[in-house]
Design a protein around this ligand. Structure first.
Ligand SMILES: Nc1ncnc2c1ncn2[C@@H]1O[C@H](COP(=O)(O)OP(=O)(O)OP(=O)(O)O)[C@@H](O)[C@H]1O
Length: 361
C-alpha cells in the first residue's frame, strides 16, 4: 500500500516579540510530536496550521491539498480546513449530553446511528457514557469526549495541543492508551504538541523540536531520541525506546516476553497478544552494567551489548553510558567512579542489567 502524501508546513509567523519560522515535511500518517520548552512556539505552529494566525505566511499542504499558499494569495479559511482540534481543556457544552457533544462536532445532519459516529464512539470507548452530561464525568472521560468530538467531523488532520496537560498523572495514564489506540486505528495524521517526553516516547513516530520559534531538529523519533534529554521539565532522566514483538505470555507469573532484536525481555504487564509489535521504555537510572554475565541475579533482564559512548549526565559525579546491540540502544546512568573501575569506553563488551521496563503497547 502506498504511503499517504506528507504534510508540508512551511510557515513564517511574526508577532511583536516572537517570530516562528519553520519548513517541515511530516509523515502523512501516525503521530508527529511537536516538542519544546514553554514559549518555543508549539501552540503558534498548531494555530497557524489551523488558520488561526492571521499573520501566518507560507505554504501548508495536507493529504495532497493546499490549505495555504501565500505566494498565490490563497488562504483556506479555518472552517473549510478539514481538521479536528483538541485543546488542553475539553471545553464541552455543559447542557448537552455526551452524544450531543459529539454530534456537535459532526457535519450538519449527522445522525447518532451513522457509521462514522458509531465508529468514533466505539474507538474512544464512550458507549456507556452517551447519556451523561460533562459535569458528571471525570477529567479523563471528558477529554475522551473532546477527542471524539474532534474526530466526528472526519478530519484529514488531527491537531492536539497538550491534550493531557490539564489531567493529573493517574488520569493521564487512563487517557494515553486511548490515544495509542487512536493512532493505531485512525487513518489520519496527527500533530501532537507536548512538553512531556513520556508522551512523545509513548505515541510519536516523528519528532520536531522547537526552540525560540526555530526548528532545532525534525525527523523520525528513533533518530532523535537524544533530543528528549536536554529539554522539557520532565526530561532530566534519559530514556531509551526499544522496539520489540510480544513473543509469549507467562500468565502464571503475570509476565510478557518481548523479543527485542534477539534478546528476550520479561516485563510485568497485562494481556498482550503474541506477535504484537510493542515499544519499551527504559530509564537510564534503571540500567546497571557488569563486565561478566551476572549469575543468580534478581534482575532477569540481561542484555549482552557493547559500549557505544560515554556521555555527560546532568547529575554530578555520574555519566551516561550508551550501550548498543543489533539496531537497539539504551543508556545506563552510573557513577564516574564505576566507569573508571570497569574501564568502560567505546567498544568494550558488557552486560546490561535492566531493573524496570515499561511496556508502552
Ligand atoms: N496572542 C498572543 N499575542 C502576542 N504574543 C503571543 C500570543 N500568544 C503567544 N504569544 C507569544 O508567542 C510565543 C510563543 O507562544 P506559544 O504559545 O506558541 O508557545 P508554546 O511553545 O506553545 O508554549 P507553552 O508550552 O507554554 O504553551 C511566546 O513568546 C508567547 O509569549
Amino acid at each position: 500500500m502506498s504511503r499517504p502524501p506528507p504534510t508540508r508546513v512551511a510557515l513564517d509567523v511574526r508577532r511583536e516579540t516572537f517570530h516562528l519560522a519553520c519548513d517541515l515535511e511530516l509523515p502523512g500518517d501516525g503521530v508527529s510530536a511537536v516538542y519544546g520548552r514553554s514559549g518555543s512556539g508549539k501552540t503558534t505552529l498548531l494555530r497557524a496550521v489551523a488558520g488561526l494566525e492571521p499573520s501566518a505566511r507560507g505554504r501548508i499542504e495536507v493529504a495532497g491539498e493546499t490549505w495555504l499558499d501565500s505566494a498565490e494569495g490563497f488562504d483556506l479559511p479555518t472552517w473549510r480546513r478539514p481538521l479536528g482540534f483538541v485543546f488542553q481543556e475539553p471545553s464541552l457544552l455543559p447542557h448537552l449530553d455526551v452524544l450531543h457533544n459529539i454530534l456537535f462536532g459532526a457535519p450538519g445532519g449527522s445522525r447518532a446511528g451513522s457509521a462514522p459516529i458509531r465508529e468514533v464512539i466505539e474507538l474512544l470507548g464512550l458507549e456507556g457514557l452517551l447519556q451523561r452530561t460533562p459535569g458528571s464525568l471525570s477529567g479523563g472521560q471528558q477529554q475522551r469526549v473532546a477527542i471524539a468530538r474532534a474526530l466526528a467531523s472526519e478530519p484529514r488532520l488531527l491537531l492536539l495541543d497538550e491534550p493531557l496537560s490539564a489531567l493529573d498523572a493517574p488520569r493521564r495514564q487512563e487517557v494515553l492508551p486511548w490515544l495509542a489506540r487512536l493512532k493505531r486505528e485512525a487513518r489520519m495524521p496527527m500533530l501532537y504538541v507536548t512538553h512531556q517526553s513520556s508522551e512523545v516516547l509513548q505515541l510519536a513516530d516523528h519528532l520536531t523540536v522547537l526552540e525560540e520559534g526555530q526548528v532545532e531538529a525534525s525527523g523520525p523519533l528513533d533518530r532523535l531520541l537524544d533530543r528528549l534529554h536536554g529539554t522539557g521539565p520532565d526530561a532530566a532522566e534519559p530514556c531509551a525506546l526499544l522496539r520489540g514483538v510480544v513473543a509469549g505470555v507467562d500468565a502464571a507469573w503475570g509476565l510478557v516476553e518481548v523479543d527485542c532484536a534477539g534478546v528476550p525481555l520479561w516485563i510485568c504487564a497485562g494481556r498482550f497478544v503474541t506477535g504484537t509489535p510493542v515499544r519499551l521504555r527504559v530509564e537510564a537510572r534503571d540500567v546497571s552494567i557488569s563486565l561478566e554475565r551476572p549469575q543468580r541475579s534478581s534482575m532477569q533482564n540481561l542484555i549482552h551489548c557493547r559500549v557505544l559512548a560515554v556521555e555527560p549526565a546532568a547529575q554530578p559525579g555520574q555519566q551516561l553510558v550508551r550501550l548498543g546491540w543489533a539496531d537497539q540502544q539504551l543508556w545506563a546512568r552510573i557513577t564516574s567512579r564505576s566507569i573508571d573501575a570497569l574501564g568502560l569506553a567505546p567498544g568494550v563488551e558488557a552486560w546490561a542489567q535492566v531493573k524496570a521496563i515499561a511496556l508502552l503497547g
